[in-house]
Design a binder for this molecule. Structure first.
Ligand SMILES: Nc1ncnc2c1ncn2[C@@H]1O[C@H](COP(=O)(O)OP(=O)(O)OP(=O)(O)O)[C@@H](O)[C@H]1O
Ligand SMILES: [Mg+2]
Length: 397
């Protein structure tokens, strides 16, 4: 049985490879690795009922349809695991097809300790350094995150993504459009902005200095625009102010990450209609399924096929969850990212006022958050494991 913390699960057909793998894992000091007998079928059965491990090594030697098997395992692992296939066949076409199907590497038997150490080092390395996105080459990129329902973790992910992007050393602005209840600032223990409402309501007076002065700065490159307007005050802001703010931010920032409130006022609709990419954050509950469907329909009605990523968050931690494949079928869209429920990280994030990506301890959470950041930033997700091992086998290098 795997748990969300299982670093490695291997299902291998022959004892010799299992032995080599056990020795490698011992040598590398990986605790909690599970090495068992079998191949793709056993992996499918196991992963249908237990959480995906950090790394899945699966023997496809006995698979009739190895590529299809990997495709199915990728779905079952839902972006959580790095998948390494092991097999007998030394064939570059198979290698390419397996990689296209989602395997991160393919190791040809006889598998040595050296090959395994190299593949596992790459697979288990926290992807923080590699995943830091340098900048958006084609100007400012606006990333909108909206929750299908309250409490799905939209703000936590917006903060995390903005924080990671700011490591690329260019200006990143996190704009919290929930002027009454926004929690981006409080989650990083900084003062909410003074003046965001005034800025948004007086488009003709906005300039760069005013925006910068209003922003909270948890670090050199991250600017947070948020508010804590009195609940007694009800006000309606026109999209004009927001458009002006976005135009000014576009001159100076690499990324603008917007935490979009679900109360769909004019500003939320404007962001949904204009963002470069939308991340729709949901959990796997029935109610969230319905609202994911409705928000996807709304986005379509606003602008046709806007680039939208469906992000299932808190997976494994919400009562009455629907299985990911059924959920995807019902919403009529793929679940692009799965982020598992990680209570330890959530507690650490709240206690230290740091983003989830900064306090995540498990390789699964680290990887899923980095992949999400890269995908939202428009970079290819999941930097692939170096592909030398097959070529070593093929050319004896
Ligand atoms: N993957 C996760 N695992 C465990 N806890 C999580 C995860 N993602 C977010 N959380 C926690 O869930 C809680 C709600 O998160 P958050 O405030 O970001 O949700 P929200 O969707 O922005 O809510 P609201 O609708 O109030 O704006 C927080 O305590 C957060 O740390
Ligand atoms: Mg929120």
């Amino acid at each position: 049985m795997t748990t969300p913390e299982t670093p490695l699960l291997a299902l291998i057909a022959d004892e010799k490879t299992r032995e080599t793998l056990r020795a490698t894992v011992r040598q590398m000091g990986v605790n909690g690795a599970l090495v068992g007998e079998g191949g793709a079928a056993a992996a499918r059965t196991l992963l249908a009922t237990t959480p995906a491990p950090g790394v899945l090594i699966v023997d496809v030697s006995n698979s009739k349809e190895p590529v299809q098997d990997i495709e199915e395992l990728v779905v079952l692992c839902q972006n959580v695991s790095t998948i390494l296939a092991v097999g007998q066949l030394n064939d570059v076409r198979l290698y390419r097809s397996l990689r296209d199907a989602g395997a991160d590497d393919y190791l040809v038997k006889p598998v040595t300790e050296e090959m395994l150490t190299e593949a596992l080092t790459a697979a288990m390395k926290p992807k923080a350094a590699a995943a830091v996105v340098q900048s958006e080459p084609g100007g400012t990129r606006c990333i909108a995150l909206i929750g299908a329902r309250g409490g799905t973790g939209t703000t936590a992910l917006a903060v995390s993504v903005a924080w990671e992007l700011a490591k690329g050393r260019r200006k990143v602005v996190l704009l919290d459009l929930d002027l009454h209840f926004g929690s981006t600032a409080i989650s990083l223990d900084i003062e909410p902005t003074r003046g965001l409402r005034e800025i948004l309501s007086q488009p003709d007076r906005i300039d760069k200095l005013l925006i910068d002065a209003a922003a909270g700065r948890p670090n050199e490159h991250l600017y947070i625009l948020s508010a804590e307007e009195p609940l007694e005050d009800s006000f309606e802001l026109s999209p004009e102010g927001l458009m002006t703010v976005m135009e000014i931010l576009a001159e100076t920032s690499a990324f603008v990450v917007v935490d979009v409130p679900r109360v769909l006022g004019p500003l939320s609709r404007q962001i949904l209609a204009t963002a470069d990419i939308i991340g729709l954050v949901t959990d796997l509950s029935l109610a969230a399924m319905r609202d994911t469907q409705r928000i996807i329909a709304l986005i379509k009605s606003l602008r046709g096929d806007a680039p939208t990523l469906v992000i299932a968050n808190r997976v494994g931690g919400v009562p009455g969850e629907i299985g990911a494949p059924d959920f995807a079928r019902a919403i009529g869209a793929k679940i692009d990212h799965i982020i598992r429920f990680d209570k330890v990280a959530a507690v650490a994030s709240a206690e230290s006022a740091k983003p989830l990506a900064e306090v995540a301890k498990t390789p699964q959470l680290q990887k899923s958050l980095h992949d999400l950041t890269n995908a939202l930033a428009g970079q290819t997700t999941g930097d692939k494991v170096k592909s030398s091992s097959l070529f070593k086998g093929l050319f004896g290098g």
